[in-house]
Design a protein around this ligand. Structure first.
Ligand code: KQY
Length: 363
């Protein structure tokens, strides 16, 4: 059974381990909503199935799916991927799922944040989001894991931790008015410290240009190991991403982490600008209250939005000249992992990427 605890992970000596630590498995959700995914989600379903299969080479994968897509998902996914019915509004398990915490002695619990579709009625991406908001609790119940209900609107894609006391987030996202308008920066930081059990929060100013999440950290940078970070980059000073990445680089290289280390920051050049085509835009249903997809809009493409799994790393590719150098550099930076790439344009067209659709359950 799973019960809701009244304390905090910090009070109970539980903490969020880094993604690069061993996993028991990965959670995902199946895409289908036609006002976000073109052609009723069919191309995205193939891309999600490819991501799930790539991860399943390294660790068990569970796919949550709405009732009406159960049969289709079951047939499209190999039998070693577990498929369970979980109602949802869309397919971003990173953001609506739980953040698992451990005690280092075999104990596992989960933090259930409040989810409001990346900004609620202020600038959220769809309405309603009630089914998404219930996903974390359902995952924890399936796993019989006790739950902390955190008094904070937060998505998993807005935090990265090193498992050694440091959390990195962006001010653009966590201080945006659509999430926790009644909390000060100090108040938000106090919740991060209590629910992730970290000592230090690093506030990178902004995320990736035109990111519809209001600048999630998981699209601009990620931890490779303690003290070592990869950052999306462009050498083109006229690109709106240049200033964002440069300020992140300056910030990260000037702030010691919780252990007093100066971060080592590796630049990964972004793909050339990726714009939505006429055909892609035409395939998405218009719906009141959902962010429209317009032809010519630039998507927030970044190789950083990848997923670390047991002995592996699953990296997005975009059919772009920067794909091969990104893969090669990440393979060199992750020598103990097998780096594999999965074509991810169809995931990007939904507004995120491989990291956004996955959530690790630690061992
Ligand atoms: O990037 C993410 N973490 C999620 C993006 C959600 C986009 C919804 N259209």
């Amino acid at each position: 059974m799973s019960q809701t605890l009244q304390s905090t992970p910090r009070a109970d000596s539980f903490f969020m381990p880094a993604e690069f630590e061993p996993h028991a498995g990965t959670w995902m959700l199946w895409p289908q909503r036609p006002d976000n995914w073109r052609l009723g989600g069919k191309p995205a379903q193939k891309a999600f199935a490819a991501v799930a299969s790539a991860i399943a080479q390294f660790e068990p994968v569970t796919m949550g799916v709405k009732t009406d897509q159960y049969s289709n998902a079951r047939q499209m996914l190999p039998s070693h991927i577990r498929v369970v019915e979980i109602a949802n509004n869309d397919s971003w398990l990173r953001d609506c799922g739980p953040t698992f915490v451990v005690d280092g002695k075999g104990g596992l619990r989960g933090v259930d944040w409040s989810f409001n579709a990346w900004g609620g009625l202020f600038n959220g991406l769809y309405f309603p989001w009630d089914l998404d908001d219930a996903v974390a609790q359902k995952v924890l119940e399936i796993e019989r894991v006790d739950r902390y209900k955190a008094p904070l609107v937060l998505e998993g894609g807005s935090i990265h931790v090193d498992g050694e006391g440091t959390c990195i987030t962006t001010a653009e996202c966590l201080l945006s008015p659509g999430r926790n308008p009644d909390l000060s920066k100090d108040g938000i930081e106090a919740h991060l410290k209590n629910y992730l059990n970290v000592e230090k929060v690093l506030w990178v100013p902004r995320g990736v240009f035109h990111d519809e999440t209001t600048g999630h950290v998981d699209n601009i940078l990620c931890y490779l190991r303690p003290g070592v970070v990869a950052l999306t980059w462009t050498d083109d000073k006229s690109d709106p991403q240049y200033e964002r990445s440069a300020e992140a680089y300056d910030y990260l290289t000037s702030q010691p982490d919780a252990k007093g280390r100066k971060l080592e920051v590796h630049k990964i050049h972004q793909p050339n600008p990726i714009l939505i085509t006429d055909e892609e835009a035409e395939g998405v249903d218009a719906a009141d209250g959902t962010l429209p997809r317009e032809a010519g809009d630039r998507m927030a493409a970044s190789y950083i939005n990848f997923y670390l799994c047991n002995g592996g790393a699953v990296i997005p590719s975009f059919d772009d000249p920067h794909d091969a150098p990104a893969l090669e550099t990440l393979q060199k930076l992750l020598p103990d992992r097998r780096v594999v790439s999965v074509p991810a344009r169809e995931i990007l067209l939904g507004g995120g990427n491989i990291h956004c659709i996955t959530q690790q359950q630690p061992k």
